[in-house]
Design a protein around this ligand. Structure first.
Ligand code: NAP
Ligand code: MG
Length: 502
């Protein structure tokens, strides 16, 4: 494979072209460095399979260097000794620079991941900027409390007791390829606001916006060692999660790797937060606004090509409207414009990699072999690039792999339910519990169903109803802890209880 600029990339910004020329290094202790081994890896454009650029491949030795840099910046300052309002200003500046450079980040994300550059700029980059600004504000608002203690075993004693909220220390942040910049922002912004120093390990498929973000941290004026970025493969992530001088790992990715991180954390019992897989239920009642539910349900499983941990890929539809509703969703899915991320008319781009393409097409074959019927889709699209047709499966049984397992592609399984029997039992029969959707005009039914569903986020008459101020995380095997909102500060602080005898 050779690095060539395809016609579809003709509109690339000069800054993006420039970024792609030459091997990319990573950021350790304020220096852009090659890996200790000198190894590099290629990152590719999933729209055509061609090499975008080469990237330094960090391993255990590089992770160790990055951890030492983060440790020094934490223990000796200046990060931990800086005033909260000084940290606030730097973190806010990251948000502003991201907004200024949204088109550049959007193009780079599109090239590396396959998603639409326009959507990446408007959603991934704009939301990342919002997250940095939101958590910049938190830096000055992290508080302990005074506690009115009784101390009954010290009769007559007087005390002054209070709590301090302190940073956890050196945090390893491991992120996946589906929202490379955004998942980094979810972790970096609260970790830094709380006063931690960090090592970010992006996914091997999508290292580029993390590297560009490193330049943004430099431009914003972050002191060396506060934010370290090591690009590499799973072995770099494993070295980070096993490192004895790392105080916390925050991870987003597969449930399988999440369990490996829990095992690796055993050595020093580092804190762990996990945002893992899902197989979310999207429940459509017969009394829903039909058209809004069709559009919203399509968005639920198709957004980001179905490569969303929250994707509503089990679509439960009340039996009286099942045929009409699934036909309408299939018709809408068949109209979606497929193409490369740099084409402004593209709604659905390629999957991220050959591996993901093989995985998703494998599930399509398994679903058909099990006896499911594709109302639309069911196969790859075109003959180059990792494109898959949006696929709506009916005639499915709960035990089919397309119903039970996370596919992470543009595929939905539709299941009818009877309102008398209820939907909660079927919707909750999953090892996952990340998100859920409910479509109904009946207020009581909406609230009652929201209580019944075992999921960390429930969206009513919408899907993907995210906000930076709302906690996000999973029930069951979808994870530990809640990112975003005030709950994210809990993930990156620890409480110290201080008690003074007066
Ligand atoms: P993954 O293996 O869980 O990767 C996530 C991150 O963990 C990447 O940075 C990865 O590095 C790193 N990693 C891999 N092995 C590790 C280890 N032993 N210790 C520490 N870190 C490690 O996910 P994937 O392979 O990219 O995708 C596989 C499946 O996971 C998908 O098909 C999808 O079902 C699910 N997934 C879920 C989410 C989500 O948001 N919940 C996101 C992505 C994928 P490398 O990239 O170098 O392997
Ligand atoms: Mg790539």
């Amino acid at each position: 494979m050779t690095a060539t600029i395809e016609p579809s990339q003709a509109e690339l910004l000069p800054s993006v072209r420039n970024f792609l020329s030459g091997t990319k290094r990573f950021l350790v202790g304020g220096q852009w460095v090659e890996s200790a081994s000198g190894e590099t890896f290629e990152t590719i454009d999933p729209a055509n399979g061609q090499v975008l650029t080469t990237v330094a491949r960090g391993g255990a030795e590089d992770v160790d260097r990055a951890v030492r840099a983060a440790r020094t910046a934490f223990d000796e300052g200046p990060w931990s000794t800086m005033k909260p309002n000084e940290r606030e200003r730097l973190i806010w500046r990251v948000g502003d620079i991201l907004s200024e450079r949204a088109e550049e980040f959007g193009q780079l994300e599109a090239l590396d991941n396959g998603k639409s550059a326009g959507i990446a700029a408007a959603v991934d980059v704009a939301w990342s900027a919002d997250i940095f600004r939101y958590f910049a504000g938190w830096a000055t608002k992290i508080e302990g409390s005074t506690v009115n203690v009784s101390m009954p075993f010290v009769p007559g004693g007087q005390f002054h007791a209070y709590t301090l909220r302190e940073p956890v220390g050196v945090c390893g942040l491991i992120v996946p390829w589906n929202f490379p910049l955004l998942m980094a922002a979810f972790k970096l912004a609260p970790a830094l606001a709380a006063g931690n120093t960090v090592i970010l390990k992006p996914a091997e498929q999508t290292p580029l916006t993390a590297i560009l973000l490193g330049e943004v941290f430099e431009e914003a004026g972050f002191p060396p060692g506060v934010v370290n970025i090591v690009t590499g493969f799973g072995d770099a992530g494993a070295a980070l999660s096993a490192h004895d001088d790392v105080d916390k790992i925050a991870f987003t990715g597969s449930t399988e790797v999440g369990k490996k991180i829990v095992d690796a954390a055993r050595g020093n019992l580092k804190k762990v937060s996990l945002e893992l897989g899902g197989k979310s239920a999207n429940v459509v009642f017969a009394d829903a606004d039909f058209d809004a539910a069709v559009t919203g349900s399509l968005n639920a499983w198709l957004f980001n090509h179905g490569q969303c941990c929250v994707a509503g890929t089990r679509m439960f539809v009340e039996d009286s409207i099942f045929d009409d509703f699934t036909a309408a969703v299939a018709e809408a899915a068949s109209q979606v414009k497929i193409g490369p991320g740099l084409d402004p008319t593209t709604q659905l781009g390629p999957l991220v990699s050959q591996e993901q393409f093989d995985k998703v097409t494998g599930y399509l074959a398994a679903g058909l072999a099990d006896g499911a019927r594709a109302l639309t889709g069911g196969k790859r699209w075109g003959d180059t690039g990792f494109y898959v047709e949006p696929t709506v499966f009916v005639d499915v049984k709960p035990e089919f792999s397309i119903v039970e397992e996370e596919i992470f592609g543009p595929v939905v399984a539709a299941l009818p339910f009877n309102a008398e029997e209820g939907v909660a039992k079927a919707a909750n029969s999953s090892i996952y519990g990340l998100a859920a959707g409910i479509w109904t005009k009946d207020l009581s039914k909406a609230h009652l169903t929201a209580r019944q569903l075992k999921a960390g986020s429930v969206w009513i008459n919408q899907y993907n109803g995210f906000d930076t101020a709302m906690p996000f995380g999973g029930y069951k095997q979808s994870g530990w802890g809640r990112e975003l909102g005030a709950t994210a500060i809990d993930l990156y602080t620890q409480t110290k209880a201080v008690n003074i005898a007066l």
